[in-house]
Design a protein around this ligand. Structure first.
Ligand code: HEC
Ligand code: HEC
Length: 259
């Protein structure tokens, strides 16, 4: 694994030396890049780069680096430790994707949602979001860490996550409920599964392996553990909450490092 990573880094480093500027920027390249984008990137970044499970690519700001070489590297190898995957396209094709991403320019808004972030923080506390979510070291761990969620997702995605959590449940947050033949009950996030075994991050026991044959019952839920807040928030509270989540970004110094 580390070997592959070093090879990849070396390959990308030499690619950067060869071509720090994108050699594929004609309209034909942009159109080819757009096609790949629609089939491989849009599910997370939106059909026009407006964002979704991944950030908007239309603000002109790239936290992970905004030079051609940075974009080539991040799209080729993905961004380790995040949901951003790498791709198996040729370097020429990745340059075409870069050309398309560049063509999006600054068409999207960098303006925060209209609500009040300080009031949003109060809503966040009053609604007990912290029971399940960590924000900068404080809170629970039954849901994803939201410390920099504003840099990672679009506002539209955040709105949907709050109003309709079941619409999109990330793989690692699917809940499994099992009853052993000795009647012990297990429930937690489904970590791994094959024909014979099941690994659950059980809510009270921690990581637990079970043999499927020994189970009386097994149910994998489609629903999120997170309740919907559709009926619990006024439109004003929702706006404030979105402004608060949006404000949870990587620091201004770090953001300043990108172009
Ligand atoms: C499974 C979801 C997913 C897919 C598919 C995906 N991305 Fe991403 N991408 C993300 C996430 C999440 C981030 C933010 C990572 C972070 O900063 O935590 C990201 C970050 C990026 C960034 C860096 C943004 C910045 O601010 O520096 C670029 C550029 C990018 N993606 C382009 C692409 C392109 C082009 C494709 C298709 C070849 C693609 N992504 C496919 C989820 C995805
Ligand atoms: C009972 C636990 C629980 C509570 C309470 C809860 N959440 Fe969640 N939340 C989750 C889980 C689990 C997920 C991941 C599965 C999913 O996407 O629904 C999640 C996902 C999210 C996401 C999407 C994160 C991403 O990576 O895209 C956001 C945003 C979010 N929650 C915000 C909130 C806010 C705001 C509140 C309070 C109004 C709240 N949550 C209350 C458990 C919870």
């Amino acid at each position: 694994m580390w070997f592959a990573r070093i090879m990849l880094v070396a390959a990308v480093a030499s690619a950067q030396e060869r071509a720090a500027k994108n050699p594929h920027t004609t309209p034909v390249d942009v159109a080819a890049g757009a096609r790949i984008f629609r089939s491989h990137c849009a599910e997370c970044h939106g059909l026009k780069g407006e964002g979704g499970r991944g950030p908007s690519l239309t603000t002109g700001v790239f936290f992970h680096g905004g030079t051609d070489a940075d974009l080539l590297r991040n799209i080729t190898g993905g961004i380790p430790g995040t949901a951003m995957p790498g791709v198996f396209f040729s370097e020429d094709q990745v340059w075409q994707i870069v050309a398309y991403v560049r063509s999006l320019g600054r068409t999207g808004s960098t303006l925060p949602p209209s609500g009040d972030a300080a009031r949003g923080r109060k809503v966040f506390e009053a609604q007990r979001c912290l029971d399940c979510h960590l924000v900068r070291g404080e809170g629970g761990v039954q849901g994803p860490d939201l410390s920099v969620i504003g840099s990672q997702r679009s506002v539209e995605h955040l709105r949907q996550a709050i109003l309709d959590p079941n619409a999109q449940v990330a793989r690692e947050y699917r809940v499994a409920r099992a009853t052993h033949e000795n009647n012990s009950a297990y429930s937690g996030f489904l970590m791994n599964e094959d024909t014979h075994y099941l690994q659950i991050l059980d809510f009270s026991r921690g990581l637990t392996s079970l043999v499927k044959r020994d189970l009386r019952q097994l149910r994998i839920e489609n629903n999120s553990l997170m309740p919907s807040y559709k009926e619990r928030l006024s439109e004003g509270e929702l706006q404030d909450l979105l402004a608060y989540l949006w404000s949870l970004r990587r620091g201004p110094l770090e953001e300043g490092g990108s172009k």
